[in-house]
Design a binder for this molecule. Sequence first.
Ligand code: VAH
Length: 314
Amino acid sequence: KILITGAGGQLGSELTHALASFFGKESIVATDINENAGSLFPEIPFEKLDVTDRSQLLAITKKHTITQIYHLAAILSATGEKNPALAWKVNMDSLLSVLELAKEKQLDKIYWPSSIAVFGPSSPKQHTPQRTIQEPQTVYGISKQAGEQWCNYYFQKHGVDVRSLRYPGLIGYKSLPGGGTTDYAVDIYHHAVTEKPYTCFLKKDTTLPMMYMPDAIRATIEIMNAPKDRISIRSSYNISALSFAPEEIFNSILVHCPTFSIDYQPDFRQEIAEGWPQSIDDTQAALDWGWKAEFNLDKMTQDMLRNLQNHLHG
Ligand code: VAH
């Protein structure tokens, strides 16, 4: 069976649905520290789990004869800066518990998300390479960088089949983001469909790598289904889809919502965003397991607005 941690999160809630439809509801055990998250997926077995409690993780793994873990629980970049010690504890202790468990119980496969946040101001800004200098400036980025090295270590030393993707900012209509620097790109659509002016916490020309959730979900399933000998990167793969700045996503929305308006009030997240790449080179993922994004900005905006409007008006 597949255990998902952080199932109530922005990625977790979408991936839980996708994995349930791909493998069958009964082969999934969704968990989250928030016991109400179970109501997001009524027919999928759910357990409350604080991933920093190793004994609880072990008990759930035994109880449900878990063979794969998608370890998504984490504290993201913006929230992490407000509570560095907690972010390090949650992000790192939990990964080490999962890797140790995978080694001891010989779990089949582990999935663990990394992020473009492993790159910093000294990394090349455009077409950031798979291997390049990484001096992350956030606790979140430091934890992802360290986590990538632990994943590689457990693969090389103990044969743990852990796979990972460096997600850009993720945008979807089925879930709300939680504590990220790229959250503006989801919030802006909600404001457009509820006809509220949007105040953006980044400057209008702050370009960041982004990805529509359907592409991110497909990338995750594709790397996990790839034959083991196709995986040449055991830290984490760069993947890319699109890059845009707030003014560009605003303009793509304006085409459909002509009265929509925006103003810019940068906050502490501006500095985080400026330390990240503006575009990512994902050649290795394309070569190794055939990665290719499908959604561009205009296609994403059409799909987001259509689905949010249906969601709102029932
Ligand atoms: C964040 N959404 O903003 C996450 C992601 C690249 C951004 O890691 O922290």
